[in-house]
Design a binder for this molecule. Structure first.
Ligand SMILES: CSC[C@H]1O[C@H](OP(=O)(O)O)[C@H](O)[C@@H]1O
Ligand SMILES: Nc1ncnc2[nH]cnc12
Length: 309
């Protein structure tokens, strides 16, 4: 279907959804373009589908590729975030299937995390700022509180449809692709982890470097392997994603309804993040230490970046 769509779109797109396991598509929207942007970090995981909703364009990207062919460590997260930013995106709603590390977070419950613990192993490219341009962005609060509030309101309105939401919580982002050992799962619980996945990072870090408002919506699909019930496997994850996929899509849809109404607001345009990464980069590396290639890559994210320095 995407082959028959135009490969260009000439209006800026402010809102994007990154779909995860079991959320490879968003039904109920009008697809108006399928873009294949290129970036200094390569091509994104999938074509970027532009969907229209009440006249507002939304970008959709399948994190693991159109056919779920990319393992968590193979996801071109820099290309994904850079491609979205280059289209005008400033707000990203990211969906993730997660294991629950808490009794009260039951399979099919939703969680809006507000913290992350990084258990990736440093094998994934994780920054835009390297190779001759250094930058250190703040990451104390990895998600966006304003977006989290909107998700919470939408989920509360869907209580009657069986949507259970846990507001706040810590995502453990592990390397994978193998699931955790029981010792690791118990350790993450002792650290205060709420849920576990393999994809919050480096996505969230890169979104911050790109000055995007980023919020992950998690849906629990299992109790990992710490619980007395069955240990997680892929069949279990897919079973729960299928069982509650409609609610997941409705929740994301409700959030998009709200965000579309706010398409030109400071929240959706992420005005509160504007300048934060640029400030973190501009003064770190002295002009004589800057690599022109690295400078060009930063320029892709922030056109005009070097003009007045
Ligand atoms: C299929 S289970 C492990 C897989 O599921 C989650 O994917 P996503 O976050 O993209 O929904 C998890 O992070 C792993 O990549
Ligand atoms: N138990 C688990 N561990 C890591 N990622 C997951 N995604 C879904 N369930 C998971």
């Amino acid at each position: 279907m995407s082959e028959s769509l135009p490969s260009h779109f000439d209006r800026p797109v402010h809102i994007a959804v990154i779909g995860g396991t079991g959320l490879g598509k968003l039904a109920g929207y009008t697809p108006v373009a399928a873009l294949t942007p290129t970036t200094p970090w390569g091509a994104p995981s999938s074509p970027v589908l532009i969907l229209e909703h009440t006249g507002v364009p939304i970008a959709f990207l399948a994190r693991h590729g159109l056919h779920h062919q990319l393992a968590p460590h193979e996801i071109p997260a820099r290309a994904n975030i850079a491609a979205l930013r280059s289209l005008g995106v400033r707000t990203v709603i990211a969906f993730s299937a997660v294991g629950s590390l808490r009794e009260e977070i039951k399979p099919m419950d939703f969680v809006i995390p507000d913290q992350i613990i990084d258990r990736t192993k440093g094998i994934r490219p994780f920054t835009f700022f390297e190779g001759g341009v250094v930058g250190h962005v703040g990451f104390a609060d990895p998600f966006d509180a304003g977006l989290a509030k909107i998700v919470a309101q939408c989920a509360a309105a869907m209580k009657g449809d069986g949507v259970v939401l846990h507001q706040g919580g810590t995502v453990i982002c592990m390397e994978g692709p193998q699931f955790s050992t029981r010792a690791e799962s118990n350790m993450y619980r002792s650290w205060g982890g709420s849920v576990i996945n393999m994809s919050a990072l480096p996505e969230a870090k890169l979104a911050r470097e790109a000055e995007l408002a980023y919020q992950m919506i998690c849906m629990a699909t299992d109790y990992d392997c710490w619980h007395t019930t069955e240990d997680v496997d892929v069949a279990m994850v897919m079973k729960y994603m299928q069982a509650n996929g409609e609610n997941a899509k409705h929740l994301v849809g409700a959030v998009l309804d709200e965000l579309c109404k706010l398409d030109s607001s400071d929240l959706v345009l992420a005005k509160h993040w504007e300048g934060s990464a640029q400030g973190a980069v501009k003064f770190m590396t002295k002009p004589e230490g800057r690599n022109p290639e690295a400078m060009k890559r930063v320029e892709f994210l922030f056109p005009g970046f070097w003009e007045e320095s």
